[in-house]
Structure formats: structure tokens, C-alpha cells
Design a protein around this ligand. Structure first.
Ligand code: GDP
Length: 471
């Protein structure tokens, strides 16, 4: 933590969701919040205003809040003294009764007595500015709050603990060291001294690049852990896409979360199976002759396919012309070669020779084919097992190593990787020290941006604006 805590103007906000509950928390942070609490709080069994300013930190006080003579609520005040608080400023948490009207009255009392309503994420922003947490930890708090699956939550918790930050700080120190030696050479200018041999430097840059690349590569897995596996169900109209979607969601009804899609062309819903979250999209049907009116929907479908981690191609195996779909399957396989594709042969209940048919499709298309009956809910466990295979081993991987889960971190690391690549090329071509130093400086800046060692106001705004007020 920084030695000098900056205590900014006092802010207040409701920290718990507005609704009916046993208790709720309203909190304050900043210069003079103890004095504000003192003005409105009377300790139980006393008619005197309470001298909270003399109280030590980490102390709870039971009593009542008053607006003049009017009782507002019976509360517990929890005091934190700078720097031992979340924001590192003086803080007061007021636990009051959990009704929306009560909570708002408590907040209003604080605002009337000198607090300003906090901006979204302002508490966390102050924690960052006072060096209590770095940016990756601040973001992890946001991700943990929004986590919709166990794996997303655990990945965020790991990041909040500072695993990523430590790794990046260690990388940074080594980059600084290499660069400092190069800058020394520059200072000596004409004298043609080398403080580290070019071979040494090359080895260092290679090692750093390898570590950065590992982090970049972990993004694919990290994203699956935190956002879930983006899965699209495609196929001709009437193949049974909606029936399958409903069957998958119905079985997991207890843990289904609804996320209405942004357009009516597709719906997106989530279910969790074996700790992995799947985000399922049922797209508008694919067909060759497209009527104008459907065009937009189908274009969006293709966009969804491009973004997917897993494509479920659903076909009606009971149709006589089932082999005609092989061409489409092959097209999709080639078009989206980097994406996992699973062919699902639906309506196997409607074709006595379904097994032979599936085998034929498998042989012709070169894809794995799985038979189900969405209507009778047969074969769904096998299908889900197969879907989960995608993320198999991710849990173990993630326990052992640091995963990059955020697009922002990923992009910065990609840039750092490029800069290190350039540095390597420059060393090989015996380029000027100045040019090599420049590339190392860029790599350093990119890594520093992730943890917030290099502060970029715009980045800060986008991060903290996503928080809710009170966080
Ligand atoms: P979509 O257009 O691909 O979304 O297809 P739907 O889910 O609307 O299904 C089209 C029709 O096929 C409906 O009448 C379903 O009841 C029927 N259907 C879906 N799955 C099966 C299945 O496994 N077996 C049989 N026999 N009919 C099915």
C-alpha cells in the first residue's frame, strides 16, 4: 500500500440490493465520515451524541440514527480507520433494516449531512488509487459479483487474491531490469559499452516472451471458465432446434438463467453442467433459398456461429433426404475450421435404421455424429457429456496456473508479445540499442496497463463505470 493515503471528499451509497430483506448496508468513505456519523448517531442507552471520532477502528457501535429529533432507524455502525479499510480511507458501514424506504432514508440522512452520492465503482476506484488493490484485483471483484457459475467465481477469486498481479509484477521487474541495462548503454553513448551481452539479452527477451505467450494462450480457457462455452444450435427449420434447446434447459431448470437475446432472431440461455456453463443460442433456421424478410435473421445467425466455441449441427435423421445435409455439414466444418463441431442426429425415434443412417453421415462428412431424440429426451446425457468434454481438465489446469479471463488483459498481453517479438528481431539484426530499448519500453507499458502501474484514465473509466453504485 502507498504510504500516503489520499482521503477524498466523503461519499455514501447503498451497498446491498434494494429490496425487502432483514438487513441492508449503507456505507461511507472519505474525509470526515466519522464526524458525519457522529452528527446523526446516538449510541444505545444515551441521549448524547456519540464521540465516534475517539473510537478505534474495527469497532461496532449499536444505537439509533436521528434526523433532528426524528428516529430514522436502529442500526449498527461499523468503523474503519484509515488506512485499515477497503478504500484505505476512513469508512463507516451502517447496517440498518432492509426495506427500500428505510435504506433510502438512511442514505438521504447521510447526503443531507455532508456526503455526496458515490459514482458507480467509486469505492473500488479509491481502493485502487490508494494502492490497496491493483486493477486486476478491482476487475476480479466485479467479475466475482457477476459470476454466474462456480468456475467463473473461482477464477475471479483467484484473480482477486492477486495471482495474476503477482505474475505480471514479476514480469515487469525483469523487463525493467533489461531495459535499465540498455538505457545505461545509451547514457554512455559513444563509448560502445555493453552492460549485458546481446546473447544474454536475447535469452532474457525469449524467456519473457515465452511467459507472455503462455498468458495469451490461457485466454481461450480463461474465457470459457468465466463466460461459459458459447454454443450455437444450427440446422434446417423443423430439425428440432427449439425442442432440443428446451429439453436441455428443462432438465437443468433449477439452475437456468434467462438472458434474452438482443434481437428476436435468436434467444440465448444458460445452463450449467458439471461445473461448466454453456451459453446456448438457437439461431434462425438455415436454408438455401432465403426470402428477403428472413435475410437479416440469417445474417445474424452466421455472426453467432462465427463467435461460437461449439457448434451443434442438428439434423433430422428421419427425413428421406437426410444425406443432402452432408454437403452443408462439410461447408460448415470448413468455414469454421477452428470451432468444435458436433453433428447431432435428431428424431432417431422416427427412423428404425437411425444407426446406419448416422454411420453414413459420419463417414461422408468426417464428423462425429451423435443420435438423440429431443422430443423423447433420449441421448441427452451423452450429448451433454460430449459437450463437457470441451472443457475437460480445465478445472485442474486452472487450479495450477494463472488464467487470463479479460479481453482487456488479453489485448494488452498480445501487444506486449508483439513488442517483445520486435525486440527479438532487432537484437538479431544488431539494430541500434535505442530501437531495442523502445520496444522493451512498449512491452513494459502494456504489461503495466493491466495492473494499473501505468495509469490510463480512459481505461480506469471503462473499468469502474461497469460497477454498480456502492461498490
Ligand atoms: P426447429 O424449427 O428446428 O426449432 O424445430 P422444432 O423444435 O420447432 O421442431 C419441429 C417439429 O419436430 C416439432 O413438431 C417437434 O415436436 C418435432 N420434433 C422435435 N424433436 C423431435 C424428435 O426427437 N422426434 C420427433 N419425432 N419429433 C421431433
Amino acid at each position: 500500500m502507498k504510504d500516503n493515503v489520499l482521503q477524498q471528499d466523503p461519499i455514501a451509497a447503498i451497498a446491498t440490493p434494494l429490496g425487502i430483506g432483514a438487513l441492508a448496508i449503507v456505507r461511507m468513505s472519505g474525509q470526515g465520515v466519522l464526524a458525519i456519523a457522529e452528527k446523526v448517531f446516538r449510541k444505545a442507552g444515551s441521549n448524547e451524541d456519540c464521540a465516534l471520532s475517539d473510537s478505534p477502528g474495527y469497532r461496532a457501535h449499536f444505537g439509533r440514527l436521528y434526523d433532528g429529533d426524528r428516529l430514522v432507524d436502529e442500526v449498527v455502525l461499523l468503523l474503519f480507520r484509515s488506512p485499515a479499510s477497503f478504500t484505505a480511507e476512513d469508512m463507516v458501514e451502517i447496517t440498518c433494516h432492509g426495506g427500500p424506504v428505510v435504506v433510502k432514508a438512511v442514505l438521504k440522512l447521510l447526503l443531507d449531512n455532508g456526503c455526496r452520492l458515490a459514482e458507480p465503482g467509486e469505492f473500488t476506484r479509491r481502493a485502487f488509487l490508494n494502492g490497496r488493490i491493483d486493477l486486476t484485483q478491482a476487475e476480479a471483484i466485479g467479475e466475482m459479483i457477476h459470476a454466474r457459475s462456480e468456475s467463473a467465481y473461482r477464477t475471479a477469486a483467484n484473480q482477486m487474491k492477486g495471482a495474476l498481479a503477482h505474475k505480471l509484477d514479476a514480469l515487469r521487474s525483469r523487463l525493467i531490469e533489461s531495459r535499465a541495462l540498455l538505457e545505461l548503454e545509451l547514457d554512455f553513448g559513444e563509448e560502445d559499452v555493453e552492460f549485458q551481452s546481446r546473447d544474454e539479452l536475447r535469452a532474457r527477451v525469449d524467456e519473457l516472451r515465452r511467459e507472455v505467450s503462455e498468458l495469451v494462450d490461457s485466454y481461450q480457457h480463461g474465457r470459457l471458465m468465466s463466460e461459459g462455452v458459447a454454443t450455437v444450435i444450427i440446422g434446417r427449420p423443423n430439425a428440432g432446434k427449439s425442442t432440443l434447446l428446451n429439453a436441455l434447459l428443462e432438465e437443468e431448470r433449477a439452475i437456468v438463467s434467462h438472458m434474452p437475446g438482443t434481437t428476436r432472431d435468436y434467444i440465448e440461455e444458460c445452463f450449467i453442467y458439471h461445473n461448466t456453463m454453456f451459453r446456448l443460442t438457437d439461431t434462425a433456421g438455415l436454408r438455401d433459398a432465403v426470402e428477403e424478410i428472413e435475410h437479416e435473421g440469417i445474417r445474424r445467425s452466421y455472426e453467432k456461429i462465427a463467435e461460437a466455441d461449439l457448434i451443434l449441427y442438428l439434423m433430422d435423421i428421419s427425413e428421406d433426404d437426410f444425406m443432402e445435409e452432408v454437403a452443408t455439414i462439410k461447408d460448415i466444418r470448413d468455414e469454421y475450421a477452428g470451432t468444435e463441431l458436433l453433428v447431432v442426429a435428431n428424431k432417431s425415434d422416427g427412423a428404425p435404421d437411425a444407426d446406419q443412417r448416422m454411420q453414413k453421415v459420419g463417414e461422408e462428412s468426417g464428423c462425429r455424429v451423435l443420435g438423440i431424440s429431443a422430443l423423447r429426451q433420449e441421448g441427452l446425457d451423452k450429448l451433454k457429456d460430449e459437450m463437457a468434454r470441451l472443457t475437460e481438465g480445465l478445472d485442474k489446469l486452472h487450479e495450477a496456473s494463472v488464467l487470463v479471463t479479460s479481453m482487456r488483459h488479453y489485448e494488452a498481453l498480445r501487444n506486449a508479445e508483439d513488442a517483445l517479438h520486435n525486440a527479438r528481431e532487432l537484437i538479431n539484426t544488431e539494430a541500434d540499442t535505442e530501437l531495442i530499448a523502445f520496444e522493451l519500453r512498449s512491452a513494459l507499458d502494456y504489461v503495466g496497463e493491466i495492473t494499473g502501474r501505468v495509469i490510463n484514465e480512459e481505461v480506469l473509466n471503462t473499468i469502474f463505470d461497469r460497477f454498480c453504485i456502492g461498490k
